[in-house]
Write a protein that binds this ligand. Structure first.
Ligand SMILES: [Cu+2]
Length: 427
């Protein structure tokens, strides 16, 4: 059973359950405010004003959950609830998430902190939160029916544990998780080292790889899909509307990539080689860090890589499974390259006016059809707004010494500009 200290009514009725003095003090403060986010823009977090210093992570098209201090404990409030998430400009999906968005807000804390995380369930079914990779007491592990019963709708459960190690971790439900993760419930949990001189970086980016199966023209994911997803999203956002990773020349850069999809993703970055410095198991000692230009992110795992930004230019970052750089695809279509489809298209459109054949000269034809077809609420496969029209999809990394240094009070650019830099001259 949930114990009385952990299961509170969503309202003030929980006050009758108080037994310990410490708990009474907490309740007297009320539950921490459950911050809500109504935008898919990247929100930049200020550096900490107390405690050990660290460089806050930048969750692209995401945000960090605010906390409050209560008698030395960092308190957070997550709300599991239905959300409307803008996957791309104008494309709204009806998902489940946390505090107004999917993916959920990033939780940031420091090694040695004690955290108390209130989880209020506003879903129509029970849920839990599993803290993937964190070392904590078994009862706090969030596995429904093993660690504790699932949190009923309308109730709040309180997780509390010490952060005994730094690193990059994830959180997600562990009860009906096939449904709840397919609906978008997941987030990342970053524990900064208490020693600010340990592996410092100037830029620290956070990406959660997730996936949905949403038919064009609909809003709700198919939750029974096992492998054949049609929207490959990064922080529940789709190219070309994912914010770029903008840095200054010479910056030390870390990119942390978690994968809670149902397949692995070989993430390739152009223009650089990098060292793999962290997994969700912990930091890789310097002598064991290995060089890559692509890093495979297994299912249910995190990999962080680091490099010094010394190659100017706009560089692509993308999954190397080429169909993962496409979106909103119908998969059960024949190859039409080299055929004449106009007669067939006319006939099919008599019964299905929105029909868009794959291109007879390649996929870009699909974009023209999509642009001409009214009522399409999905993203044409190759809508270009990135650096050059030839770039198909993925993420973009920019190293540009002419861009004013992005400090942590500023907002990251949301639109990529035309290519600014000439090719790097070879010495
Ligand atoms: Cu992929």
């Amino acid at each position: 059973m949930l114990n009385r200290r952990q299961l509170l009514g969503a309202g003030a009725a929980g006050a009758t359950l108080v037994s310990s003095k410490a708990w009474g003090q907490t309740l007297n403060m009320g539950l921490p405010e459950a911050a809500q986010m109504d935008s898919a823009a990247t929100a930049i977090t200020a550096r900490p004003s107390s405690g050990p210093d660290y460089t806050p992570v930048v969750t692209l098209n995401g945000w960090t959950l605010p906390h409050r201090m209560n008698n030395g404990v960092k308190e957070f409030h997550l709300v599991a609830e239905p959300v409307e998430r803008e996957l791309a400009d104008g494309m709204i999906a009806h998902l489940w998430g946390y505090n107004g968005q999917s993916t959920g807000p990033t939780i940031e804390a420091v090694e040695g902190d004690r955290v108390r995380i209130y989880v209020t369930n506003k879903l129509p079914e029970g849920t839990t939160v599993h803290w993937h990779g964190l070392i904590l007491p078994s009862g706090m592990d969030g596995v429904s029916g093993l660690s504790h019963p699932s949190i009923p709708p309308g109730k709040t459960f309180v997780y509390e544990f010490d952060l005994v190690k730094s690193g990059t971790f994830m959180y997600h439900p562990h009860g009906d998780e096939m449904t709840q993760m397919a609906m978008g419930m997941m987030g990342m949990f970053v524990v900064h080292p208490k020693d600010p001189t340990f592996m410092p970086v100037d830029r620290d980016f956070l990406i959660m790889l997730n996936a949905f199966d949403i038919d064009p023209g609909t809003y709700v994911p198919r939750v029974m899909t096992m492998n054949d997803f049609n929207l490959w999203t990064w922080n529940s956002r789709i190219f070309p509307d994912i914010d770029p990773l903008v840095v200054n020349k010479g910056d030390r850069v870390r990119v942390r990539v978690g994968n809670l999809t149902m397949t692995n993703h070989p993430i390739h970055m152009h223009g650089y080689d990098f060292k793999v410095t962290c997994t969700d198991g912990g930091w890789v000692p310097e002598s064991a860090q290995w060089p890559e230009v692509s890093i495979d992110i297994p299912v249910g795992a995190m990999r962080a890589y680091e490099f010094t930004a010394d190659h100017l230019g706009d560089w692509a970052i993308h999954c190397h499974k080429s169909h993962h750089t496409m979106n909103a695809m119908g998969h059960d279509v024949p190859t039409l390259i080299g055929t004449s489809s106009s007669n067939m298209t006319r006939q099919v459109r008599r019964v299905q006016p929105e029909f868009m054949p794959m291109g007879t000269a390649g996929a870009p034809l699909h974009r023209r059809f999509a642009a001409l077809t009214p009522g399409v609420k999905s993203v044409p496969q190759d809508r270009h707004r990135c650096i050059r029209p030839s770039i198909e999809a993925g993420y973009c990394f920019r190293c540009d010494e002419r861009i004013v240094r992005l400090n942590h009070e500023a907002t990251a650019p949301t639109v990529l500009l035309p290519l600014l830099q000439p090719p790097i001259p070879t010495p």
